[in-house]
Ligand binder design. Structure first.
Ligand code: ADP
Ligand code: MG
Length: 374
């Protein structure tokens, strides 16, 4: 399998992770979450648990969990709770409890969505999130919030227990209402915001990949000048001067494939995506003639060791449609290589580990091909 260098020192990775852009995004989302948390209202006023206040600040955390991943969401939630501590009347106990409960809420959807994009994984993640939040709410209140409340108001253990035995059904109802309403608002906001976030972070990813490819060396190289033995897949712009050179480049890339690769082929109509697909097919030992599967959406070919799945997403409106056709089921399948033309149409169901191939027409028979391993 063609791979970029993996063994980067941890410190370099951390430094790379905390870019100025990321820090600003974390700060903005944490501050936004904190501001929203101020707009809270008691859900059961007049009850023994009138301190349970509903707010929608977890929407920002859940959105961050989907768009930026579990680590980013944890940092954002921690900063948000950190901001709350500054104005807290509970010396941080309430914030610690909130952090733990919220962590249980977003962690499963974040991890699930990172592994598998698509509406099914979102719905499953949210269902698990709501259940976990209810359980975490019971546990955290029993062992942290209620005892702390007892200490603050000078109650003995029995009084605290009695209070909890009255309060726990309210806790279940509270966390169920909170979980479901936060999930609904997140679902309503996600689509619009994710486009903006992807746009911000795509730009950043591009730059990082270019730096990885050798810093200043951003110029396109002629295909003919390429080292025949080692092809640097990391981030390389290559000029091909005819169809055969494009196929040859594709063959070189695919010669390292071991199964499970997903290759995204982007470029305008006639750019050469299908030509590239033919090169990949040749490398895999496919005997059949590979054509653009525009009308069939997907074609499957038998190679020597691996199967080739060739998808054309041009006619699909979104990832849900791709899912409905079962097109995403083979992504990552160790027995297959998946090639996807017009991948931007179905971005939401695409895996994160992929090879991105961008083909730009720079002349009648000249193409600039950028290959990036993600
Ligand atoms: P797409 O699938 O991107 O719509 P195709 O691969 O079907 O495009 O068609 C690309 C067309 O461009 C073919 O007719 C091919 O002969 C032509 N072509 C000219 N120069 C090149 C090149 N350098 N690489 C790939 N295709 C080229
Ligand atoms: Mg095509």
């Amino acid at each position: 399998m063609i791979k970029t260098e993996n063994a980067k020192p941890a410190r370099a990775n951390i430094k790379r992770y905390f870019t100025a852009q990321r820090i600003v995004t974390f700060g903005v989302l944490a501050a936004l979450g904190y501001a929203i948390s101020l707009l809270s209202f008691p859900l059961f006023p007049g009850s023994p648990v009138s301190f349970l206040k509903l707010d929608f600040s977890n929407v920002t955390t859940l959105l961050a969990a989907y768009m930026l991943g579990p680590v980013s969401a944890t940092i954002i939630e921690a900063v948000k709770q950190g901001l709350s501590v500054l104005t807290s009347l509970t010396f941080g106990v309430g914030e610690l409890a909130n952090f733990l409960i919220t962590f249980c809420f977003f962690i499963v959807p974040a991890v699930l969505y990172k592994k598998r994009k698509g509406i099914k994984s979102v719905i499953l993640g949210m269902a698990i999130a709501c259940v976990l939040q209810i359980v975490a709410g019971l546990v955290v209140n029993k062992f942290i919030t209620f005892p702390a409340y007892g200490v603050a108001f000078g109650m003995d253990a029995e009084t605290v227990d009695a209070l909890y035995s009255v309060g726990w059904p309210f806790l279940i109802a509270f966390n169920a209402i909170k979980g479901v309403s936060v999930c609904i608002v997140t679902l309503l906001l996600y689509k619009r915001l994710s486009r903006a976030m992807k746009w911000i972070f795509r730009d950043r990813k591009k730059k990082t990949a270019e730096q990885d490819a050798g810093g200043a060396d951003n110029t396109s190289k002629s295909f003919a000048n390429h080292d025949k033995e080692v092809y640097n897949i990391n981030m390389q712009k290559t000029i091909t001067r005819n169809e055969d050179e494009t196929k040859e480049l594709a063959r070189k890339i695919a010669s390292g494939f071991t199964g499970g690769e997903v290759v995204l082929l982007s470029g305008d109509l006639g750019a050469g995506k299908t030509v590239f697909a033919k090169g990949v097919a040749e490398a895999l030992g496919v005997k059949a003639d590979v054509k653009s599967p525009t009308f069939t959406l997907s074609c499957e070919y038998e190679g020597d060791k691996l199967r080739l799945i060739h998808i054309d997403a041009y006619r699909l409106k979104n990832g849900e449609e791709a899912e409905a056709c079962g097109l995403n089921e083979r992504f990552g399948d160790k027995h297959c290589v998946c090639l996807i033309e017009w991948p931007s149409q179905i971005e939401s169901v695409l895996p994160e580990h992929r090879t991105e191939v961008d083909i730009v027409r720079t002349g009648d028979s000249e193409r600039e091909i950028t290959i990036k391993q993600c």
